[in-house]
Structures are given as structure tokens and as C-alpha cells.
Write a protein that binds this ligand. Structure first.
Ligand SMILES: Nc1nc2c(ncn2[C@@H]2O[C@H](COP(=O)(O)OP(=O)(O)OP(=O)(O)O)[C@@H](O)[C@H]2O)c(=O)[nH]1
Length: 350
């Protein structure tokens, strides 16, 4: 039976800057789904589907692999018509659609163009945006990563008096918060109580009135708090201001660069981590993530770096049909020295 307007499928949009903890929160949701059947649409910036890999097999009852759709053709907010709409329609057309749809946007995505897609006739009668949830990395905010470097801005304005830009990171931070129905202040374990309170005040100043801020570590938020906000965000887009309004759906992430470094196995994970740590500091890399083959090890190594913080762990054995190769996605602001970064990483790969 077709869904009626009164039975629209609720959809939650998870936004938040690179590495804020979106995938971690979704894993937590799947592991604590309390009987709900969820479908996931995962969008990543970068050509390797790391996030999808990390959630697959996480809870097959709540979200079997066929209910996880990866959109890797660029940022979801720029490919709404080509990628998102057909994907969403296909999900809604299924004989037994899910109870709730979760969309993980890429860390560089603007949520508003995506929410706007829910106004399309074919979608709006069958699905609604239950809520936009913005994840915030409390540690990164405390480190000032989303603040405009006032000295640099003043120097740039002196050179070009017409310049009127905040930093690209600050604009994304503000746009993601301005569109949110709920904010998860994540990574609370990495900062002390006073710092967390200061970050919360900073975040509160960027949200719309009445938006709830929930503190969390490792994305551990109760599913009952996250889902069921009933915001119908597609109906009040005008209340959600954006720096990128003029660019609309065509804004193209000119401010950021991303590439993949591929190679053979690494002899020793610690050597790789040391090399990454050095190059992240030297080149101001925002994010590194991927899968690494380690010589002589049957397990796959996951490597995650968010700014200077690097995590690595073995997640599962390589499957017989998988090529044991290292693939790392590197993301930074425009102007990354790709050749130098690639050379540094290749130097520790076999
Ligand atoms: N200490 C700490 N680490 C966290 C927390 N949440 C996530 N992380 C770590 O932060 C890194 C990035 O987490 P992800 O969940 O992959 O972040 P993401 O927002 O999905 O990243 P992108 O999709 O690349 O934007 C991983 O190493 C996580 O283990 C937290 O609350 N505390």
C-alpha cells in the first residue's frame, strides 16, 4: 500500500564537520535501535567509502546491509537531483519501507539544500525531515578550529578591501548549527567541565531559539531523544539561515581539497602513525581516514585522524575476495601539498 501523508517516513539528517563523530553516533544508534528498522544513506567527501565499511555488520537486525546506501559521488548537498532523490525514491518505493531513515551527510555538506529536497513532490508526500541533528566536536571548537583567525583576516582585508569572508570552517560550522533542530555536543570526554561549558555557550549562540543541546561522548545519545523530534524541517526552511544561500545547490566546496593515497602494506602501524602525526602538523591536514594493510597481519587496520588526534585499531579480518591494500583519504583546506603528503605516506608503505 502506498504511504499516505499521515504515514510519512521520518528521516533524520545527521550533520557535523569532518570527524565530529557522525559515524560513531550512527553505530551507537544501530547497536541500540530498540526494535526499529532503520535505513541509512551515507555520504562521504572522498572517493573511498570508509564510513559505510564501519557501520556494515554493526547490527544486522536493525539495519541489514541492503538498507545501507552509500552516496560517494561528491557532497550530497551538491548532487541532490542526481544522487539523493533517486536513492530516496527507491527506498520509499520498497515493498516494506524502513521505520526511519537516517542520512549521514559528509562533513563538508550544507544541510539546507538536502532538507529542501524534501519539498519535491515525489518525496514530500511520503517522507518528512523528523530532525536535523548537528554534531559538534567539543575538543575542536575549544581548540579554536572554527574561529576566524582575526589577524589573518585583517591582513587579507588590507590586501583586498572587498573581502568579507569568515573562514570556510567557520561558515560551515555556523550553517550546520543554524539548520539544526538538536545539537549533540560530542567528545565531551576530551575537555574539562569549564571548557565544555564555554563551548556549549558558543554553540548556543549559533543555534535557533529553543534548540536543545545534548552533551555526549562517543555519540552515546539515547535513540528516543534523537529520533521523533517531529520538526518537519522542510516546512520552515526560511527560519534556518545560511551563509551559502546565494550559491544554492551549486556550491562546490572550492575551499577544500581531498585525495586518496593507495599503496601496499605497512610494516609497522606505529611508524605510519608517526608519519601521519608529523605530516598533519606540517600541512595542516583536517582529516585522514581509511583502511591499512599491515604486513603479516590477517586483520584490517582502521586509521582515523581528526586534526592532531589519531586513532588506529584492527576491526576485522580481510575477506578472501578483498585486495589487501592500504587506502587513506586525506582532506584539508585548499592548497594542500598533495605531492609532499603522498611521498611522506608512501615512504612508510611497502
Ligand atoms: N575521544 C573521543 N573520540 C571520538 C568521539 N566520537 C568520535 N570519536 C573519534 O573521532 C574520530 C572520527 O569519528 P567519526 O565518527 O568517524 O566522525 P565523522 O563525523 O563520521 O567523520 P567524517 O565522516 O569524516 O566527517 C574517530 O577516531 C572516533 O573514534 C568522542 O566522543 N570522544
Amino acid at each position: 500500500m502506498a504511504n499516505t501523508a499521515s504515514a510519512k517516513i521520518p528521516t533524520t539528517v545527521i550533520t557535523g564537520f569532518l570527524g565530529a563523530g557522525k559515524t560513531t553516533l550512527i553505530r551507537h544508534l544501530l547497536e541500540n535501535a530498540k526494535g526499529r528498522r532503520l535505513a541509512l544513506i551515507i555520504n562521504e567527501f572522498g572517493d573511498v567509502g570508509v564510513d559505510g565499511e564501519l557501520v556494515k555488520g554493526c547490527n544486522d537486525a536493525a539495519c541489514p546491509e541492503e538498507d545501507i546506501v552509500e552516496l560517494a559521488n561528491g557532497c550530497i548537498c551538491c548532487t541532490v537531483a542526481d544522487d539523493f532523490l533517486p536513492t530516496m525514491t527507491a527506498l520509499l518505493d520498497r515493498p516494506s519501507p524502513p521505520d526511519h531513515i537516517i542520512i549521514e551527510t559528509s562533513g563538508l555538506a550544507l544541510p539546507k539544500p538536502l532538507v529542501k529536497a524534501f519539498q519535491w513532490p515525489d518525496i514530500r508526500t511520503r517522507a518528512t525531515v523528523d530532525g536535523v541533528v548537528a554534531l559538534i566536536d567539543a575538543d575542536a571548537v575549544a581548540a579554536g578550529r572554527f574561529a576566524t583567525d582575526e589577524a589573518a583576516l585583517a591582513a587579507a582585508r588590507a590586501a583586498d578591501p572587498n573581502l568579507d569572508h569568515d573562514s570556510p570552517l567557520e561558515e560551515l560550522f555556523e550553517d550546520q548549527l543554524a539548520c539544526a533542530d538538536m545539537v549533540v555536543l560530542n567528545k565531551s570526554d576530551l575537555v574539562d567541565a569549564d571548557t565544555l561549558a564555554a563551548v556549549e555557550a558558543q554553540v548556543d549562540a549559533e543555534t535557533r531559539p529553543g534548540v536543545k543541546i545534548v552533551r555526549a561522548a562517543h555519540g552515546a545519545v539515547d535513540i528516543g531523544a534523537l529520533l521523533g523530534i517531529v520538526a518537519a524541517a522542510e516546512d520552515d526552511l526560511d527560519a534556518r539561515p545560511s551563509h551559502h544561500e546565494a550559491e544554492g545547490e551549486d556550491h562546490d566546496h572550492d575551499d577544500f581539497d581531498s585525495f586518496v593515497v593507495s599503496g601496499d602494506a605497512v610494516a609497522d602501524p606505529d611508524t605510519l602513525v608517526q608519519a601521519l602525526s608529523a605530516l598533519i602538523a606540517r600541512h595542516d591536514v583536517l582529516r585522514v581516514k581509511g583502511m591499512v594493510a599491515v604486513a603479516g597481519k590477517p586483520m584490517r587496520l582502521v586509521v582515523q585522524a581528526v586534526g592532531p588526534r589519531i586513532q588506529h585499531f584492527f576491526d576485522r579480518p580481510w575477506q578472501p575476495q578483498e585486495a589487501r591494500r592500504t587506502q587513506l583519504v586525506v582532506i584539508g583546506q585548499k592548497g594542500l601539498d598533495r605531492a609532499a603528503i603522498e611521498a611522506d605516506i608512501q615512504a612508510v608503505l611497502g
